[in-house]
Design a binder for this molecule. Structure first.
Ligand code: SF4
Ligand code: SF4
Length: 196
């Protein structure tokens, strides 16, 4: 993998202030704030961020068929669909990733204020309407217990090691990406003001 993946990160966890319901106007302001911060970086930093985002995207594409296979065999028989019941949200790192990809932002947080049960991107009989790389990363990272068992039966140990290595690389790359954004100013404070 590219040398950039060995950059140090100041963070051991991704920031999670945004992991909550957000109304669309506030969401748009938050995305504008992230975009403004991205535009503020010099050319070489933007290049590094773009490389990080591109490596993350490639790894997500590698994982996509694996996750699709697991979902195809489990989700439609599930009585407790996690997109409906669980509180899954975009976090700051997802937005930094979208900024560095340069392809725009999702039209809103997964839930607006007061909406607690259903992700806005979930559609009955279809599932998620978003391509995997545009979902909150936690939607790709999360493997429920049924899928975890299935993974062991469908894939060889060597493939499972490769899958786990991809998850670990994405984790590291996302921490570096977040670290660069968070070090560039007090974004946490700016987000908390917008969320008030
Ligand atoms: S990932 Fe697991 S818990 Fe979520 S809907 Fe699919 S089978 Fe159900
Ligand atoms: S973004 Fe897609 S995968 Fe994630 S919770 Fe919403 S519907 Fe489910």
């Amino acid at each position: 993998m590219h040398l950039i993946s060995t950059f140090p990160s100041d963070l051991s966890e991704e920031p999670a202030l945004l992991r909550r319901p957000v109304d669309d106007p506030v969401w748009n302001n938050i995305c504008r704030k992230v975009q403004k911060r991205y535009a503020f970086f010099d050319g070489s930093t933007r290049q590094i961020l773009a490389s990080l985002a591109s490596m993350i995207t490639s790894l997500i594409h590698l994982l996509d068929p694996v996750m699709d296979e697991l979902c195809k065999r489990t989700c439609r028989f599930c009585s407790d669909i996690c997109c409906v019941g669980s509180e899954v949200y975009y976090n700051e790192t997802d937005l930094f990733y979208f900024a560095a990809c340069g392809k725009g932002y999702p039209r809103g947080q997964t839930r607006r204020t007061g909406e607690v049960s259903l992700c806005r991107y979930w559609y009955p009989c279809f599932g998620c309407l978003l391509p995997r790389s545009q979902r909150p990363y936690t939607c790709t990272w999360f493997i429920c217990s049924d899928q975890s068992q299935l993974l062991e039966t469908l894939f060889k140990p060597r493939d499972i090691r490769r899958i786990n290595a991809s998850f670990e690389s994405i984790r590291r790359l996302r921490l570096i990406l977040s670290s660069i954004f968070m070090k560039s100013g007090d974004l946490g404070y700016e987000f908390s003001k917008l969320l008030e």
